[in-house]
Design a protein around this ligand. Structure first.
Ligand code: DGJ
Length: 734
């Protein structure tokens, strides 16, 4: 049983084979957190921490009677599932509601609960879907003591996945309107501050650097106010025990299914306890919830591993692949992509594209993507967005697609559906189609504005245009781009009372647009993109199994970006291409891109024979390993480029019969010993490696290591494939 309710202690235990999450309803009817971590059998109930802070242990009733809180409750120290706002708990609140009388005091207490099999579904927002195994959920109805608004808070657990899912709705059945000032999705209290925070700051073409800092008594805020999850931070954040590393220690990974403004707060108080909170950023946020209405909050997840960061990544990788990404064919072999962008940008003709296709085919491409520039008057980036009709004077799209298919390649097309250029027919015909206040200067970014997706007519119009192209032409893949942040948060569509929810409604509009386009084309593979990796999150992953990870395609920069991204997201999501960049050989470029979804992006007519040969070397490996090892396997990071001269990882198939290992270096190193200890193999299996073609036990590779002793020039890489001995023999017999 995965949710146990002990009615004597009003204790809830969510457990699977490896983890346990426990909370109880105390004498005040508060939801008090007890434990999240490794499974304990049996779990012993105790009323949490009693630090004896008497001055926060009594209260005055409305009748002026002083009473003592039950169950050792202490408002300043107890661990809470739904921490109050504006009261004695100063560690950060979950929800803040402004009352009719102006009060912000918000405090939720238990009313009822129900336990059921399965996972909750959301109507407007992305949510985890049970695609295999068994899940259990407990929905608790809590009531705010002053406003009487309700919070329906559901905790869910899936057998085999070390993740707790929190789903919330605020329901206004108070017979008056309420104003929600904050509605966070996650809260976790930990009775220790011995943690390091890992977050992923960055910029355009410099996404997801790994930043690790020890917590002290402080409040740390990691956030985005860019309207999207952004290049600058990511909603995925980690708390790891201070001594922990890639392979050792307790680690908690926080994320949520949301692609807009977010805030992750970590607060270590004077008593050295840690509170982590994650939710929609409440800056400029004010959600007017009318009488009788309810609002969905983004679904939050907390993953747990006691096997360090590699353990955490694999917990998350399994969960995301199996229960977040919905595309039914996401686990199948993905055709090798050739993308036109970095080869020719906007500068192409039908003939040049046909020639690109011929050459792309020669290096093994299986899907040709025509990127930006095929529609409207789009020959440069200041025009065309919004006009989703083919520019027939520039490209004969039907001819190009037919040619592509005749070569045996699939065909993909680029769109940027959420945007509009002022220099477009669409904008001229619909001047209020974008957000922003027309009485002040509106921020242009890449010469474009953000469509007002709070307006369902705008959403319908764009969906209609994009669907018309997808229905008319034989398109197998779409790259869905998004090249500016949301700014100038003002909508002429929303009423003045609702301007505080522009960002929320923009995201609802985005998800609705996705449903209208993606759900009506279930066989098309959609890849997400946002000026590279500016919207790399679980809200996007729900619709897009693969996301372009960065516009930086120089492999030496890429290895940092891919390393950081892999901490919270599976390799199957990380869009990575071999580009024309000059710094390294095609071999190194290809090896690094291999540890992602892989593809090509350069002018294929300019490749020399040597470069082609280098690419073809990895082509065979792509065919044989990509699906089971990279897309669906486990990943173990070995050396981090952030604190060593190397980038090294190994991806291992789930059955542990095959693995791909990469070792790339930054600076040159003279002759030196270099034994790299592999990870994740089966100690008892015998593997042949492609480096010296010898056979060793997994135990040997993991303890003695792979011998990479010698001289290495700067920016080189070694990719080694390991196959279980029998597998290798089978291959030879074929
Ligand atoms: C930004 C993307 O990240 C690029 O890959 C490319 O598609 C351009 N946009 C096209 O405008």
């Amino acid at each position: 049983m995965s949710i146990i309710y002990d009615s004597t202690n009003r204790l809830f235990i969510l457990e699977n084979e490896r983890i346990e999450y426990a909370f109880f309803i105390d004498g005040q009817n508060y939801l008090r957190h007890l434990y999240f971590g490794k499974k304990i059998s049996p779990f012993s109930f105790s009323t949490s921490i009693d630090l004896g802070w008497d001055w926060s242990k009594t209260y005055l009733t409305p009748k002026d009677e002083e009473k003592v809180y039950a169950d050792s409750y202490s408002s300043s120290t107890s661990m809470m599932e739904a921490p109050s706002n504006g009261r004695f708990d100063h560690r950060g609140s979950l929800i803040s509601i402004k009352e009719e009388d102006g009060s912000y005091l918000t405090d939720f207490i238990y009313k009822s609960h129900r336990i059921y099999d399965g996972l909750p579904k959301l109507e407007k927002l992305p949510f985890a879907t049970l695609n295999n195994g068994k899940a259990s959920s407990v929905e608790l109805i809590l009531e705010d003591v002053l406003s009487h608004a309700e919070l329906a808070l559901t905790f869910s657990i899936i057998d085999g996945y070390d993740v707790i899912i929190r789903t919330s709705r605020i329901i206004n059945n108070t017979k008056k309107d309420i104003s929600i000032k904050r509605m966070y999705s996650l809260a976790l209290d930990l009775p220790s501050s011995e943690y390091d925070l890992i977050h992923f700051p960055g910029d355009w073409s410099l996404e997801r650097n790994v930043s690790r800092n020890r917590l002290t008594q402080e409040r740390v805020v990691i956030e985005s106010e860019y309207g999207t999850s952004s290049h600058m931070e990511n909603p995925f954040n980690v708390l790891i025990e201070h001594q922990g590393n890639e392979d050792y220690g307790e680690a908690f990974g926080f994320n949520f299914l949301w692609s807009g403004n977010f805030r992750f707060e970590v607060n270590v108080d004077k008593l050295h306890s840690t509170r982590a909170l994650l939710g929609i950023n409440d800056s400029n946020f004010d959600y007017l919830l009318k009488e009788g209405e309810e609002v969905e909050l983004p679904q939050g997840i907390i993953a747990y591993s006691n096997e360090g960061l590699n353990g955490l990544s694999n917990v998350l990788g399994d969960f995301i692949r199996d229960h977040i990404i919905r595309f039914s064919k996401a686990k199948e072999y993905r055709p090798l992509i050739f993308n036109s962008w970095e080869g020719c940008y906007f500068d192409f003709t039908t003939e040049s594209i046909l020639e690109y296709m011929n050459k792309a085919k020669e290096i093994g491409s299986e899907l040709f993507v025509l990127d930006d520039g095929w529609f409207g008057e789009r020959n440069q980036d200041d025009r065309g967005l919004g006009d989703w009709f083919v520019n027939l004077s520039k490209i004969d799209l039907k001819k190009a697609i037919d040619h592509c298919h005749s070569l045996g390649m699939k065909f993909g097309l680029w769109f940027e559906p959420e945007m509009v250029n002022p220099l477009s027919k669409f904008y001229k015909e619909n001047p209020h189609c974008s957000i922003g206040h027309t009485e002040i200067n509106r921020e242009l970014s890449r010469h474009q504005l953000f469509l007002d997706l709070t307006n369902p007519d705008v959403v319908d119009n764009v969906a209609f245009q994009v669907n018309a192209i997808l229905d008319e032409y034989e398109i197998d893949y779409v790259k869905w781009d998004h090249n500016r942040h949301i700014a100038d948060n003002f909508s002429y569509y929303l009423s003045k009372e609702n301007q505080g929810q522009v960002n929320y409604q923009m995201l609802i509009g985005f998800y609705s647009l996705c449903k209208k386009i993606i759900d009506t084309h279930p066989n098309i593979f959609f890849e997400g993109c946002a000026s590279g990796g500016g919207r790399f999150d679980l809200g996007v992953a729900y619709f897009f199994p693969q996301i372009w990870c960065s516009d930086e395609t120089d492999p030496v920069q890429r290895l940092y970006i891919q390393y950081g991204t892999s901490m919270g997201y599976p390799l199957s999501m990380i869009g990575s291409h071999v580009s024309k960049n000059q710094i390294t050989s095609y071999k190194t470029k290809s090896d690094i891109a291999f540890f992602g979804t892989y593809g090509y992006e350069f002018n294929p007519t300019k490749l020399n024979e040597e470069e082609k040969k280098e690419l073809l070397e990895n082509l065979e490996l792509y065919h044989s390993l990509h699906k089971d090892v990279i897309l669906n396997g486990d990943l173990y990071r070995i050396y981090s480029p952030f604190d060593s001269n190397y980038f090294s990882q190994i991806a291992v198939s789930k059955d542990k019969r095959e693995a791909a290992f990469i070792f790339a270096n930054l600076r040159k190193e003279n002759n030196s010993y270099r034994f790299v200890k592999l990870k994740g193999l089966d100690a008892k299996k015998r593997y042949v490696n492609s480096l010296d073609n010898k056979v060793y036990y997994g135990d040997y590779y993991m303890n003695v290591g792979l011998n990479l002793t010698g001289w290495i020039n700067e920016f080189t890489s070694v990719m080694v494939v390991l196959k279980e001995e029998q597998e290798q023999m089978k291959g030879k017999e074929k």
